[in-house]
Design a protein around this ligand. Structure first.
Ligand SMILES: [Zn+2]
Length: 318
């Protein structure tokens, strides 16, 4: 009996070690995603000013992204490209920043790519004040929020290497769609950076991908984007399942609308991909903050960034 009792005690200790205690469903091996640090990274990007193409603010932020990732990843690459405007004139410089974790340059089988755009829309064309419509958006939710989650994930991956190869991708020139400069271009002129990448993947071709966009909204509500479910419902299932187990009600496991975003060029290039996005960014009086000068950090929350980041950790490490 004593021996059995001792064995049972040992078994209990093993189980506690394996699954943790305190009711967490994430498992003892899932690292903690620091939402406060991600929120600080969101503010840091906004403090540069709008990261609109061709600006000094954009150049400063690009340097910050590259420097920060270089200290964390096994390899960082600046994938420079040029977008030729439909209106003619000089090309618009774009830079996708790619970072590799737990993978050599040669062994990339099974890699997961997590992306988010880092550029700001150069025109706040949804703003209710006409004088604001020619200004670049501050871009707190669209899109500093996604990059903030990527940067904090990079710290997690440095501390606790992920069990599979993971690439992070900060896309440039996502938000030039439906402007004179991009008339007639694929994807309504949106997604120039991820489109360039999808045609020039080289040894960065992932097995599957998750894209993040507008996930910092304090009233976050992410549903299942339609292209995502056509392309990679299994990955969407894993993400929404992890969120449910963690109790994150910001994820609503029901069908949403189809949205052209940086996952679409990847899907069209044969990479099964999903998009996590909450396009509904409501302001007061039936107004909204999307593509307006009101897209500022006070409309975003640490809790939203935490929900997305911790859910992705649970998906990756379990
Ligand atoms: Zn946008």
């Amino acid at each position: 009996m004593r021996l059995i009792r001792a064995s049972m005690a040992f078994l209990c200790i093993c189980l506690l070690t394996a699954f943790g205690c305190g009711g967490s469903n994430a498992g003892a091996t899932t690292p903690t995603f620091d939402g406060a640090r991600a929120m600080a990274d969101l503010r840091t990007q906004c403090d540069f000013g709008p990261r609109a193409p061709g600006t000094a603010e954009r150049n400063a932020c690009l340097t910050w992204i590259k420097t920060t990732l270089t200290g964390l990843a096994a390899q960082v690459e600046d994938q420079a490209f040029t977008m030729h405007p439909a209106t003619g004139g000089a090309g618009i410089a774009g830079n996708n920043v790619l970072a590799r974790f737990n993978a050599s340059r040669q062994t990339t089988t099974g890699a997961l790519l997590i992306g988010a755009h880092w550029d700001c829309r150069p025109k706040a064309d949804q703003d209710g004040t006409a004088a604001n419509q020619s200004k670049a958006v501050p871009g707190a939710n669209d899109a500093a929020s996604g990059v903030a989650v990527l940067i904090e994930l990079a710290r997690v991956f440095k501390q606790t290497p992920p069990p599979r190869p993971v690439y992070l991708a900060c896309w440039d020139l996502e938000d030039m769609g439906q402007l004179p400069e991009t008339q007639g271009m694929p994807y309504l002129g949106f997604c120039a950076g991820s489109r360039f990448f999808s045609q020039n993947m080289g040894n960065w071709r992932p097995a599957e991908a998750v894209n993040l966009d507008m996930i910092g909204d304090a009233n976050l509500r992410i549903t299942r984007e339609s292209y995502s479910d056509y392309s990679n419902a299994a990955l969407n299932d894993k993400i929404f399942g992890a969120a449910r187990r963690l109790g994150y009600t910001q994820f609503v496991n029901q069908g949403g609308t189809a949205i052209i975003d940086d996952h679409k060029p990847l899907i069209d290039a044969g990479v099964p991909s999903v998009d996590l996005i909450d396009l509904d960014y409501p302001g007061p009086n039936s107004n909204h903050y999307w593509h307006t000068m009101q897209d500022t950090p006070d409309k975003c929350s640490e809790a939203s960034l935490k929900a997305v980041g911790q859910t992705l950790c649970a998906m990756i490490y379990n």
